[in-house]
Design a protein around this ligand. Structure first.
Ligand code: HEM
Length: 285
């Protein structure tokens, strides 16, 4: 199985020595392997999240309409008389199934090469729905609020802006056929559009490993939460950037270091997904 996280071909060293090119092969393979492993862990974790989203919100909406959202985990899922807000939250959670379910499919090269029309179709749907649901999310944040006070409001609003920026740049490079640049911006978009999932697995990883240091369970505020509100976007983007730098580099040391960082991220992803599944998603179903 290969993914868009596979390595770029070993690049010649600056002095063109064949020996260093050969030396560079196994670090390249290690880097590619770490990327594939992380991608598989993330795809599995995201599809469990999608299962939870579909199983909680589809029946609630189908059986009781908007008022059904009052009995879900959403803090203010239903507000009587607020038609726009109720529409926004229903759209937001339903469209999440397309976005989170479709993201990993979009990053799988076998699907892209064997079914190019599907890739283009899903790609457009992914970018459009991510941009639209961010607008719906912004409306909800600033009318109904989110836990975490002003920091939470600002951080999640920043995520909406990042989603729009990454989607716009990814589309631009697709249109101008700059495919490598398009691929990298699409992967950045995947990271920021997955922030809602990163937040949950990061939080549950922290609870599992520290018991929740730096989190006030009453107010849902505290230093760790402040960190997490921004880390949900910053850490995935930084690790991805490091991975790109290592792919482009000729240095074996950088490739090995980046591979170790991605392997560590894979460990956190697996543990966090497990903790979120057992401690948050399954108990709500
Ligand atoms: C495009 C990526 C996004 C996806 C896939 C997504 C998905 C979701 C999902 C599945 C939930 C329900 C969570 C649960 O049951 O635990 C949720 C809740 C929510 N989302 Fe998003 N979201 C995205 C981006 C945003 C953005 C950018 C904002 C705001 C600017 C936002 C605002 C909210 C709000 C206010 C809630 C309800 C309160 C809460 O659970 O914190 N979302 N989102």
């Amino acid at each position: 199985m290969t993914t868009l996280f596979e390595p770029s071909p070993a690049m010649p060293s600056s002095n063109g020595q064949l020996a260093s090119r050969q030396y560079g092969r196994w670090p390249d393979r290690l880097l590619g392997f770490s990327g594939i492993l992380w991608f598989l862990a993330a795809a599995a974790g995201q599809w469990i999240f999608v299962y939870y989203v579909a199983a909680s919100y589809l029946p609630a909406l189908a059986q009781n309409g908007f008022p059904g959202l009052a009995d879900t985990a959403l803090p203010k899922g239903y507000v009587a008389g607020d038609l726009i807000g109720n529409l926004a939250i229903a759209f937001h959670v339903l469209i999440a199934i397309v976005i989170i379910g479709g993201g990993p499919l979009q990053l799988t090269p076998q699907i892209r090469s064997r079914f190019p029309a599907f890739h283009r179709y899903l790609g457009r749907a992914y970018m459009l729905t991510a941009a639209m649901t961010s607008a719906a999310g912004l409306h909800l944040v600033w009318t109904r609020g989110v836990p975490g006070g002003m920091v939470g409001h600002i951080a999640i609003s920043l995520d909406a802006v990042l989603i729009w920026i990454c989607a716009a740049i990814a589309i631009r490079f697709a249109v101008t056929r700059q495919i490598d640049r398009h691929r990298r911006w699409a992967m950045r978009l995947f990271m920021v559009a997955s922030a809602v999932w990163f937040f949950r697995i990061g939080l549950m990883f922290w609870f599992m490993t520290t018991g929740g240091v730096g989190i006030d369970p009453e107010t849902f505020e505290g230093p760790f939460l402040t960190f997490m509100y921004f880390a949900q976007m910053a850490i995935p983007l930084l690790v991805l950037q490091f991975y790109f730098q290592a792919q482009d580099s000729t240095g074996a040391g950088l490739k090995i270091t980046a591979a170790l960082v991605v392997l560590a991220a894979t460990g956190v992803t697996v543990l966090g997904s497990f903790a979120a599944t057992m401690g948050m998603w399954l108990p709500r179903l």
